[in-house]
Each structure stands twice: as structure tokens, then as C-alpha cells.
Design a protein around this ligand. Structure first.
Ligand code: AVJ
Length: 310
């Protein structure tokens, strides 16, 4: 299967590199990983999702007002879609296209919102999915793209600009993007969110190796990898790693490789960038948008920005 090949290729590329080994974070979200992420959003230490939901709840009417006559809402990385409900209610009858790499998350999302909108789920990557969704739009009426939950933070800063520009390419002037971003905050607040005492985030991180075992015939011993979360102050980002406890050789059969890990060596699995409000504006402008409004949640520190395609 083509998708398996792509997984194998990316695992190979990331683990065969000289220097820092890496794995792409979008492979976290198989059925187990998606369920673990949903659990993360319930952890008291992980305030991000609740803060996001609070800003959307508080400003659903403002967003709806700014986006009059939007018959098509496209959500990138909908997950279970729980934050979207209030928004769709405020906007009124729409066609809603959730796009996600997780088939399971998509079907849950479709089920939970089909009383509010005509749901047309698209399984696949964000930009391909957006292109497909935009093909069926009504001429003369606007499209609203939702990119919530600070998933934009997974991109390196150049890649984030490029990604916004990629979204902009599929849009017409007057269309809009609602972008959720986690804000810079004290390390003491941030670290437990990515290294919770119950160990759910550690399980989420290790599941990437379990997925490689399941889907690519790997023989990673999960107990010999330790979850590491650290904050890079200059890069303004959380980094998640898996650290090898001892030297080991791992076979990944369907990637056709043997991975050699030294004691203490890590695999970098995710970066989660945090933003300052003015950086969101810079990023938006670089991507071909103008900032029409910004709403913040100040208990946790989260911003929702309404960006208009110019
Ligand atoms: C889904 C990318 C927004 O960066 O906080 C949560 C993923 N990783 N805990 C985040 C995540 C570890 C999450 N995003």
C-alpha cells in the first residue's frame, strides 16, 4: 500500500540520518495514538485544549459575525471535532469538511456533528484535502478554514510560513483562516503538560515505536526507551524525544534497516512551538493573510486569530 510505503520511507530517512535521529510526529495518530491524545486533552496538566475551547466558546458569535454567509467550513486535523460544535452552531447551516489522517477520529467527528452540518469527511493530508474540499465550493461565497489546537506549532518557523502560504494558494480573497496558537508561558507550567505524572504523554510518545513494530515489522523494546520533554527557550518550543536506555540494535524489517542506538542517544519525535502575539501576525502576513481579529485566553495562554486572505 502506498501509505505504508511512505511510512516506511520516512521512518528509514529519519532513523538512518547521521546526527540527531528523528521521526515525523504525524505518525503518532493511529487508533491507539489518537485515543491517547484524546486522553492527554483531559489531563489537568494539559490546559491547551480547554483554553482553545474556551476562546472559541467565548467568541463563536464574533467569529460568525465576521464570516457572514460561509457555506463551507473546512477543518484541518479535526480530531474528534469537539471544539467545532459551538462554532458551527453560531455560524449556521454549512457543509463541514473535516480533514484528518486518522480514519477513526474522522468517523467520530462526522458522527458527533452530523446533526449540525452536512459533514463530508476527507481522509488525508491537509493541503490535498483542502484542495479537494475547495473544488466543490459555491462561487461568490466564502470559505472558512479552521486550524485549531496549535497544530501549526509542529512546524519549524519557515515551514509554518510556507504551510500558511500553501493554504492561501487554495483560497480566494475574502476567505478566512481561524488559527489557534498556544502562547509562550512559564516553563514550570509548560513542562508538566508534556511530561505528565500519570505517564499518558510518555505512552503517546512510545506508541510511535509500537506503531513501527505493528505496521513495519519492527522489534523496538518499548521498555528500553524513556520519554523526554524539554523546553528550548531560544527556539520557543517543547521538544519530545525518546531516549535509548543502553546501547541497542533494532530491526525494522519492512523499512529494510537495522537501527543502532547508543546509550543515552535520542530520537526527536515532536516539536511544539509556542508563540507571541506579534509573531502570529508576522507569520500570517508572510503567508498572504491579514490579521482581522485576535482573541486570547489568559489563564492558560492561548490565542485564536482570524486571518483574512488578501
Ligand atoms: C496536537 C500538536 C497541538 O503540540 O500540544 C500533545 C500534540 N504532543 N502532547 C501539542 C501533543 C504531546 C499537540 N498538538
Amino acid at each position: 500500500m502506498a501509505l505504508d510505503d511512505e511510512f516506511a520511507r520516512e521512518v528509514r530517512a529519519g532513523l538512518a540520518r547521521p546526527g540527531q535521529k528523528t521521526l515525523p510526529c504525524r505518525y503518532f495518530y493511529d487508533a491507539v495514538g489518537s485515543a491517547l491524545f484524546e486522553t492527554i486533552t483531559l489531563l489537568p496538566e494539559y490546559g491547551l485544549t480547554r483554553a482553545d475551547a474556551r476562546v472559541i466558546d467565548a467568541h463563536a458569535e464574533d467569529i460568525a459575525e465576521a464570516m457572514q454567509d460561509v457555506p463551507l467550513v473546512v477543518e484541518l486535523g479535526s480530531g474528534s471535532g469537539s471544539k467545532t460544535r459551538r462554532l458551527l452552531k453560531a455560524i449556521g447551516p454549512v457543509t463541514y469538511c473535516p480533514i484528518d489522517v486518522s480514519a477513526l477520529a474522522l468517523s467520530l467527528c462526522a458522527q458527533s456533528l452530523d446533526d449540525l452540518a452536512e459533514v463530508r469527511p476527507i481522509e488525508g493530508s491537509y493541503l490535498d484535502g483542502l484542495r479537494t474540499a475547495a473544488r466543490n465550493r459555491t462561487p461568490g461565497r466564502n470559505l472558512l478554514v479552521l486550524f485549531l489546537g496549535s497544530t501549526i506549532g509542529n512546524f519549524e518557523s519557515d515551514a509554518a510560513n510556507e504551510f500558511l502560504y500553501g493554504i492561501r494558494t487554495e483560497l480566494w480573497p475574502g476567505d478566512a483562516l481561524l488559527l489557534g496558537t498556544d502562547l509562550v508561558k512559564p516553563v514550570a507550567q509548560l513542562l508538566p503538560a508534556y511530561d505528565d505524572p500519570t505517564g499518558v504523554t510518555a505512552a503517546f510518545n512510545r506508541n510511535l515505536l509500537a506503531r513501527i513494530n505493528r505496521e513495519l515489522g519492527g522489534d523496538f523494546d518499548l521498555r528500553r526507551f524513556e520519554h523526554v520533554a524539554r523546553y528550548d527557550v531560544v527556539g520557543q518550543r517543547i521538544e519530545m524525544h525518546l531516549r535509548s536506555l543502553g546501547g541497542q540494535c533494532v530491526n525494522v524489517r519492512r523499512a529494510g534497516m537495522v537501527v543502532r542506538m547508543k546509550a543515552g542517544e535520542t530520537i526527536h519525535t515532536e516539536s511544539c512551538h509556542k508563540f507571541r502575539l506579534e509573531q502570529i501576525g508576522d507569520m500570517a502576513r508572510a503567508g498572504g493573510f491579514r490579521v482581522e481579529a485576535q482573541w486570547t485566553e489568559d489563564d492558560w495562554g492561548f490565542a485564536e486569530s482570524l486571518l483574512r486572505a488578501v
